[in-house]
Design a protein around this ligand. Sequence first.
Ligand SMILES: Cc1cc2nc3c(=O)[nH]c(=O)nc-3n(C[C@H](O)[C@H](O)[C@H](O)COP(=O)(O)OP(=O)(O)OC[C@H]3O[C@@H](n4cnc5c(N)ncnc54)[C@H](O)[C@@H]3O)c2cc1C
Length: 412
Amino acid sequence: MIDFEISEEIREIGNALIKFIDQEVVPLEKKHADLLADPRKMYGPDQRYTEEFLALRKTVRMKSAEAGFYNVFGAEQLGGMEMGPFTAAHLYEVMNEKYGPDRPLIHTVVIPSPFTNGLSPILRFLNPDIIDEVCPSIASGEKTLCCGISEPDAGSDVFNMKTTAVKDGDEWVINGTKQWITNSPYADYCMLFAITDPEAFKKRTGTGISGFFIDTKTPGFTVPSVIPVMGAYGSETGIVSLENVRVHKSRMLGKENQGFKVLMTGVNTGRVGMSASCVGMAKWGLEQSLEYSKTRKTFGQPIAEYQAIQIKLAEMAMNIYAARNMVLHCAWKLEKGEKALKEISIIKAFCTEMLSKVMDEAIQIHGGMGLTNELKIEAGYRYARIMRIPDGTAEIQRRTIARQLLSGDTDI
Ligand SMILES: Cc1cc2nc3c(=O)[nH]c(=O)nc-3n(C[C@H](O)[C@H](O)[C@H](O)COP(=O)(O)OP(=O)(O)OC[C@H]3O[C@@H](n4cnc5c(N)ncnc54)[C@H](O)[C@@H]3O)c2cc1C
């Protein structure tokens, strides 16, 4: 029987999360409003976060870890609470609905990105000694991670990766360049993927690539530049250069040449969180639009009286309703232990595109005000536009959906 009612227990976690943010993070935002409103204070001349801003984020991370939210999705073996996809669907939705876009002390800080930071599922593939060594400081929020997969010539086409790791005694020597790596300019550790068997890798069957857990202070590991995207003055995303970076064999993530499987366990977790975030943010956009359309008057009456505006509001709600139920249904399948490969791709593509449409209409309903950065709707629009690219583009999601359908996975 299909059942994706949000349980009382999960609702309580959601309420506690909102209470925590209201009590611990919102006052910090108010106290540091000057810094947070001025990109020249958040970012230095090198377009990287300033020490002051990084310290604020660390404070929030550590408070969140203490309150039990930072590690809510981390595996128990790593020190997390191991709450499942259903909880993820609910928490990301309520958090985004309540706070909307452009809250740099909330998003990806209170709860880290589901697989590229914090107690990432990828860390389960570390050997137990290394888990004991590194996970406590990651769980406390003191140290952070990044995940290096993409390269200048390998985004959608992961199998065009060029970075190599060559065995030398008990160590691996890594050379190459990674691009678009979120949090790389600030991370303490990098979960990095490189070719370890070029012949096997060439066959494009998923072998020949291995994962490594690297201390970013290791000689040869540098982040020479950051990549600001869409209207941003600075960036969280960087280019990673690897020049003869030596990593001990005990720091491999999973088995030699089996890195692709390791990588995929993380990617799927991330897509549920991202889809639910889009649902929550779209609800925020609809609420703003309802409020504004009831108060903004033209030609002597609220714009909500015009059918042209009503149709927009109705279509926003139709899209959100479809997306929300899709995410919950997919989470329900995952909770049952299904792989739900097709469904994960469906929600990632649908929810990110849905949010783009909703935010676009929200701007239209707000007229000129929608374009100002005062109401933050344009920030929601930028967020939506950006999310259609990372973690697998909309086209790559469709490729996965079609492949699944054509291979017999036609249950819809
Ligand atoms: C903000 C941001 C953060 C990111 N964070 C990380 C990170 O932390 N770690 C990491 O490793 N990577 C990260 N990425 C990289 C991201 O995963 C890639 O950008 C993404 O996979 C797309 O790769 P690409 O940019 O090289 O585009 P390309 O792969 O060059 O694609 C260009 C266009 O061609 C389309 N296309 C490509 N192949 C096909 C096909 N077979 N069929 C149909 N259309 C196709 C694409 O959909 C796209 O429209 C991040 C990217 C961004 C923008």
